[in-house]
Ligand binder design. Structure first.
Ligand code: ADP
Ligand code: MG
Length: 677
C-alpha cells in the first residue's frame, strides 16, 4: 500500500522503530504530523559571502574549500577537539569542531562546502566554532526544527523531503472561499514550502496557512461543543423585575455588574440553556451577579446551586449571602464535607422536597445522590479551577440546567474567546467605587528586616497580614528547589526572631481540608495576626482586616498568580500594600516584577504574562483545557485567530455537521475528544 498522510511515521523510508520513538517524543506519529512539524526558524543560505566580508561577531554563511584536516585531540574525558582549515581563494578560515568526529570525517579535502556560524577571530585570522555544514551547491533557507535527543534538523528535513516526494498533492479540507477570504495559500503549497522555502516571504506564507488551519480546527472544535448544547431546550423563565433585589442591597451595583446580570437574565428567559462565563478581576463583585441570578430563579419558582472549590469559600458565600437573600424570603442551606451525616441527610431531603431555594456547597455537592425538586441554575465559582472536561460533565448533569460560571483569572479577550468558545462571556471590567489601589513594592532580600518592621507596625495597629512562600518544605529529592523559603521552617524562624510574641499561623497545601479550614477560620476571626502560607490562600478568601502581604521569592510566581495573591489584601477600606521580595538577577524577571508595581489591571498583567512566557506556560492554560498548540502563537497570531473564529462561525452556520468537509470535521472531532478527555 502506498504512503498516505495518515500512514504511521515508521512506514516512511528511512524511519524505523527507533526513529519512530524519537518522533513520538515530539508528538509526531503520522506522516502528516511530520509535515506539519514546522521549523521554528531558518538559516539563511541564499547569499554566501567571501570570508573577509563576513562581519565580525555575526552569523554568516561562507563558501569555502576544505584544506587541511587536523587530527583529533582529547581535551578531557568525553570531549575532543578537531581543527579544519578552509580556503575561499583569498582567505583562510579555521574551523573548530568539538566532538565532531563524524562531521569532520564527512568533509572531503578539496571539496567546497557552505559553513554557517558566528565569524570570530582577527582580521588576519578568521575562525568559526562548531559551524553548521552544508553541501556547497545548497542555496535557500535551511530549516531549524524544534528537536528532541537523537534527531537533527538535517535529519528531519530529509525525512520531510522523502515524505513529500512519495505523496500526491494534498486536497483542500474546506471550500475555496475560505482560502480566498483569508488570503492563505493552498495546503499543498504550504506543506511543500515550509520545509524548504526559497525566501522568508515564502516561509511566511506557508506558516500563515498552517497557523490558520490549526486555529480554525481549534475554533471549530470548541464552537462545536457550544452548538451541541444550545440545541437543547429549557423552560424559559418569566421576566420579573429586579428592583426588589436591587433595593435590598447595601450598595448600588456597578454598571458592569448590572450588564452581566441583564445578559444572564436574557439567557434565562431565552428557552435555551444558559452557558455563561462571568469574568471579572478580583474584587469586581461577581458574587452579587450570582446572587441576582439565584434570586431571579427563585422568583420563577426554581432552585439554585452555588458551588465553590473549597469549604472556606462555600462558608464565606453562605455567611455573606444569607442575610441578604433570607431577608428577601429565600431559604438557604450549606452543604459541605464538614456537615454531619445527619445534617447532610436532612439538608438533602429538604432540597428534594423543595424546601431549600439556594444550596451552597463544595463541588461534591451536585455530584452523587443530591437531588433537587426543580433545579433552575448551577453557579460555579472560581471556574479556573475546573477544566473543560469537568465543565462539560457538569452541564450534562443538570440535563439542560442553566449554568453560570465565575472566574477571576483575567484572560486576554481573544484568548477567552477560544478557551471559552463554548460559553457566552460577560466581562465585569469595573471595580466598585472607593476601592483603593494596593500599593505594591518590589524589594531585594537586603531589605527584608525593614519589610518585617513595616509588617509589625500594621499588626500593632490591629491589622492582619500574610507572608507567602512558594513551597512547603525543602525537599531535595522530590523536585523541591533548594534555597526557596520553605513555609514551615520559615514560620519557626520568624516566630523566634522578628515576630516573637505575635500570633502566627501556618497554612499549606499538604494540610487536610479540615485543618486548613480551622486555620482560616481562626485567621478570619482575628485570632491569628500573621498567616504564613503557600499559595493555598489564592482563591477568593475574604478577610477585610488583612491589609499587608509579603511574597517571598516572588520571581517564582506567574504574574497572574501574583495578581490573584495580591487580591487577598485591599478588601476593606484601609490602605493595603503588597511587598514582592526577590533577589532574581535576570532582566526579564525584574521587568515582570516591576510591572506588578505599576499596574493593578489584571487584564494587562495577563496580556504581559502571555507575551513574555508564551502560551504554553501561560498561567492556568492547561487548567483551561486548551491543547498545546503546534505552530500558532496565540499572542503573536491574534489577527489570524480572529479570522479563524469568523470563518469557523460561518462554516458551522452553513453546514453545522460539516458534512461537506469530512477532513476538517474529522480533525475537529479528534481535538474535541482530546480536550474533553
Ligand atoms: P469577586 O469578584 O472577587 O468575587 P466579591 O463578590 O467577593 O468579588 O466582592 C468583593 C467585595 O466587594 C465584597 O465585600 C462585596 O460585598 C463588595 N461589593 C460588591 N459589589 C459592590 C458594589 N457595587 N459596591 C460596593 N461594594 C461592592
Ligand atoms: Mg469571588
Amino acid at each position: 500500500m502506498g504512503l498516505t498522510p495518515d500512514s504511521e511515521i515508521r512506514f516512511l523510508r528511512g524511519v524505523g522503530e527507533q526513529r519512530m520513538k524519537k518522533y513520538q517524543r515530539l508528538g509526531i506519529t503520522t506522516v502528516e504530523d511530520l509535515l506539519r512539524h514546522a521549523p521554528r526558524d531558518y538559516l539563511d543560505l541564499r547569499r554566501p559571502c567571501p570570508i573577509r566580508e563576513a562581519a565580525m561577531g555575526e552569523q554568516a554563511a561562507v563558501l569555502a574549500t576544505v584544506g587541511h584536516k587536523g587530527s583529533e585531540r582529547l581535551l578531557r574525558k568525553g570531549l575532543t577537539v578537531q581543527k579544519v582549515s578552509a580556503f575561499d581563494g583569498e582567505d583562510t578560515l579555521t574551523l573548530t569542531f568539538f566532538n565532531g568526529k563524524y562531521t569532520v570525517a564527512g568533509l572531503r579535502e578539496g571539496a567546497e562546502y557552505l559553513f554557517y556560524g558566528r565569524m570570530e577571530g582577527t582580521l588576519t585570522h578568521r575562525e568559526m566554532t562548531s559551524p553548521a555544514v552544508f553541501p556547497g551547491e545548497l542555496r535557500g533557507l535551511s530549516p531549524i526544527y524544534p528537536l528532541t535527543a537523537g534527531l537533527t534538523s538535517r535529519g528531519i528535513a530529509k525525512d520531510a523531503a522523502t515524505a513529500l516526494a512519495a505523496l500526491p498533492a494534498f486536497p483542500e479540507p474546506y471550500p475555496d472561499w475560505v482560502r480566498q477570504q483569508n488570503g492563505v495559500c493552498t495546503l499543498d503549497y504550504a506543506l511543500r514550502t515550509i520545509h524548504s522555502p526559497r525566501s522568508p516571504e515564502e516561509a511566511q506564507a506557508a506558516r500563515r496557512r498552517l497557523v490558520f488551519d490549526e486555529l480554525l480546527t481549534l475554533c471549530i472544535s470548541f464552537m462545536g461543543m457550544k452548538n451541541g448544547r444550545t440545541r437543547q431546550t429549557v423552560q424559559p423563565m418569566e421576566r420579573v423585575a429586579l428592583e426588589p433585589f436591587l433595593a435590598a442591597l447595601p450598595f448600588p451595583l456597578t454598571g458592569a455588574q448590572l450588564r452581566a446580570i441583564r445578559e444572564a437574565v436574557e439567557d434565562l428567559c431565552s428557552g435555551t440553556p444558559m452557558n455563561r462565563l462571568v469574568q471579572g478581576d478580583v474584587g469586581s463583585g461577581k458574587t452579587m451577579v450570582a446572587a441576582a441570578c439565584c434570586w431571579f430563579c427563585w422568583k420563577n419558582g426554581r432552585q439554585s446551586a452555588l458551588m465553590a472549590p473549597t469549604e472556606i469559600l462555600a462558608e464565606q458565600h453562605y455567611r455573606s449571602l444569607s442575610p441578604l437573600l433570607e431577608g428577601l424570603g429565600m431559604r438557604l442551606e450549606l452543604l459541605t464535607g464538614s456537615c454531619t451525616p445527619k445534617e447532610k441527610r436532612e439538608r438533602k431531603a429538604a432540597l428534594k422536597r423543595g424546601e431549600v431555594d439556594l444550596i451552597i456547597g463544595t463541588h461534591a455537592l451536585i455530584t452523587g445522590d443530591t437531588l433537587f425538586r426543580e433545579l433552575g441554575l448551577v453557579v460555579t465559582d472560581e471556574q479556573h479551577r475546573f477544566g473543560v472536561a469537568q465543565r462539560m460533565s457538569l452541564s450534562g448533569k443538570g440535563a439542560g440546567a442553566n449554568v453560570l460560571v465565575m472566574s477571576a483569572t483575567p484572560i486576554p479577550r481573544t484568548l477567552a474567546l477560544v478557551i471559552y468558545g463554548d460559553l457566552e462571556l460577560s466581562v465585569i471590567d469595573q471595580l466598585p467605587p472607593g476601592r483603593q489601589r494596593i500599593d505594591t513594592y518590589y524589594i531585594g532580600g537586603d531589605k527584608r528586616q525593614r519589610a518585617y518592621g513595616y509588617i509589625r507596625k500594621h499588626l500593632d495597629q490591629g491589622y492582619q497580614g500574610y507572608i507567602v512562600c512558594p513551597l512547603v518544605e525543602e525537599d531535595p529529592e522530590g523536585g523541591g528547589v533548594p534555597g526557596l523559603a520553605a513555609a514551615s521552617g520559615y514560620l519557626e524562624e520568624i516566630a523566634r526572631g522578628p515576630f516573637a510574641g505575635y500570633r502566627l499561623g501556618l497554612l499549606h497545601g499538604k494540610m487536610k481540608g479540615r485543618e486548613k479550614d480551622a486555620v482560616m477560620a481562626s485567621f478570619a476571626a482575628g485570632e491569628i495576626q500573621l498567616l504564613v502560607s503557600t499559595t493555598v490562600i489564592e482563591v477568593g478568601v475574604d478577610v477585610p482586616n488583612a491589609v499587608i502581604m509579603l511574597v517571598e521569592n516572588a520571581e517564582r510566581f506567574g504574574l497572574s498568580q501574583l495578581h490573584q495573591l495580591r487580591g487577598r489584601v485591599g478588601r476593606g477600606t484601609a490602605k493595603s500594600c503588597c511587598i514582592l521580595l526577590s533577589d532574581a538577577r535576570g532582566d526579564a524577571a525584574r521587568e515582570r516584577l516591576r510591572l506588578m508595581t505599576q499596574t493593578g489591571d489584571g487584564f494587562r498583567i495577563a496580556e504581559y504574562d502571555l507575551k513574555t512566557r508564551g502560551p504554553g506556560d501561560f498561567f492556568g492554560m492547561r487548567q483551561h483545557g486548551l491543547p498545546q498548540l503546534q505552530i500558532a502563537d496565540l499572542a503573536a497570531d491574534s489577527l489570524v485567530l480572529r479570522q479563524a473564529q469568523e470563518t469557523a462561525a460561518r462554516l458551522l452556520r452553513e453546514d453545522p455537521a460539516l458534512a461537506s468537509m469530512p477532513l476538517l470535521a474529522q480533525k475537529a472531532a479528534r481535538l474535541t475528544a482530546l480536550t474533553a478527555g
